[in-house]
Design a protein around this ligand. Structure first.
Ligand code: HEM
Length: 406
């Protein structure tokens, strides 16, 4: 299957088009498969549910960004340095182990609890209503562009009080950084542009503080050693990218599979109380994050039937773990009423997604209001729609549909 280099599976275009077929084969094989990533690094890919979950909660699989950088260099055949990341953007809690991770996460946890997020419901409904009004006026729309993308970014930009004027630039940089480009120069330029932009934003907030959550963070950084300037910029980067690149795929992948499975769509229309469970099934069945869960080994670690050597780059495929029959019987069947408890779409362990309550709220409101107001009909063959390139994210490039008011 696909291209190979000296026994290593190359994750390239053929993989992006249908990762599920690769994963099924990998799960049958060893507990971890050696692969070559699109940007040239070599890694171990974990595809079974049980081992995926255990890697995510085992401290021997570290996230620390400096170690990680060294391991990426080691994992490249020519020892070349990874050009992908501006160092200032790498210092996020997502790339830290305790105690730094604990300290940084604590600073933002409060803003993202289910209770705080619930307060955003009326505003999320209002944004969704106005996006759907605009879409209704057009009739034929790309649902990614009309709803799935703008909703989460508007919400996170409002939470951080970030002006929307550079939205298109931000979308482009963010897309390049999460795997939309394999060109070192382009990746580096996007990282620098993004870091420069965030620095300006921080300086603007420092001069013009408000009562928003971003101002609170700037204050925390001015207030001693809780957060330094680099960590502040990295935090803004993490939240904005997480707000841009993930929930868009929950919404679009979810609607896509409802359209592919008319019986499930009819069931949901008949009984809208099934919506929260349906959102969990969207997350399980076509998980928005595939392999953006990077770790490296701090020692040799036995994982199932293999030993992963010290200083290896290890990726966990959430997309694959969630399709493992050993955990979810008949896992390739899309069923909005099935039990989905324990799915890995938001990760597991100390890095479990901070934005999960927000993503769930946005997903429920977007899909709920869409179905309430419209008959949704695909205008192109669903089976031939393109998926985004790269191994990190699992999402459609576009979802062309016709919306007819009900
Ligand atoms: C972490 C998925 C939406 C903020 C994570 C992780 C996953 C994930 C898998 C863990 C990565 C790892 O262990 O390496 C998702 C999915 C989303 C979503 C599928 C949408 C459907 C959001 C949103 C935000 C957010 C809307 C906030 C605006 C974060 C943050 C972390 C994180 C800050 C890092 C937590 C830590 O390191 O402790 N997310 N996410 N996510 N997510 Fe999300």
């Amino acid at each position: 299957m696909g291209e190979k280099i000296a026994g290593l599976d190359v994750l390239g275009e053929e993989y992006f088009a249908d990762p599920h077929a690769y994963h099924a084969a990998f799960r049958e094989g060893a507990a971890a498969t050696r692969v070559v990533l699109p940007r040239g690094s070599r890694a171990w890919l974990v595809t079974r549910y049980e081992e995926a979950r255990s890697v995510l909660s085992d401290p021997r699989f570290s996230k620390h960004h400096e170690g990680f950088r060294r391991v990426v260099e080691l994992s490249r055949p020519d020892g070349a340095e990874e050009p992908a990341f501006d160092e200032s953007l790498a210092r996020t809690m997502l790339n830290m182990d305790p105690p730094d991770h604990t300290r940084l996460r604590k600073l933002v946890t409060k803003a993202f609890t289910a209770r705080r997020v619930e307060l955003l419901r009326p505003r999320v409904r209002e944004i969704t209503r106005s996006l759907l009004d605009e879409a209704a006026a057009r009739g034929d729309v790309d649902l990614v562009d009309a709803l799935a993308f703008p909703l989460p970014i508007t919400v996170i930009c409002e939470m951080l009080d970030v002006p929307m004027d550079r939205r298109d630039d931000f979308r482009q940089w963010s897309n390049v950084l999460v795997g939309g480009s394999f060109e070192p120069a382009e990746i580096q330029a996007a990282g620098q542009a993004m870091a420069g932009y965030l620095l300006q934003l921080v300086e603007h907030k420092r001069a013009n503080p408000g009562d928003d959550f971003f101002s609170e963070l700037v204050h925390a950084s001015d207030d001693g050693d809780r957060l330094d300037q680099g960590e502040l910029i990295a935090m803004a980067f993490l939240l904005l990218v997480a707000g841009h690149e993930t929930t868009v795929n929950l919404i679009a992948n979810g609607v896509y599979h409802l359209l592919r499975h008319p019986d499930q769509l009819a069931k949901l229309r008949d009984d809208p109380s099934l919506l929260p469970g349906a959102v969990e099934e969207f997350l399980r069945y076509e998980s928005p994050i595939n392999q953006a869960t990077v770790r490296y080994t701090t020692e040799d670690v036995e994982l199932g039937d293999v030993v992963v050597p010290k200083d290896s780059l290890v990726l966990v495929s959430l997309l694959s773990g969630n399709r493992d029959d050993a955990k979810f019987p008949d896992a390739d069947r899309f069923d909005i009423t099935r039990p989905t408890g324990g799915h890995l779409a938001f990760g597991h362990g100390i890095h479990f997604c901070l934005g999960a309550p927000l993503a769930r709220l946005e997903g429920e409101i977007a899909v709920g209001m869409l179905l309430e107001r419209f008959d949704v009909t695909p205008t192109e063959d669903l089976e031939s729609l393109p998926w985004r390139p790269g191994t990190l994210i699992r999402g459609l490039v576009e979802l062309p549909v016709n919306l007819t008011p009900r």
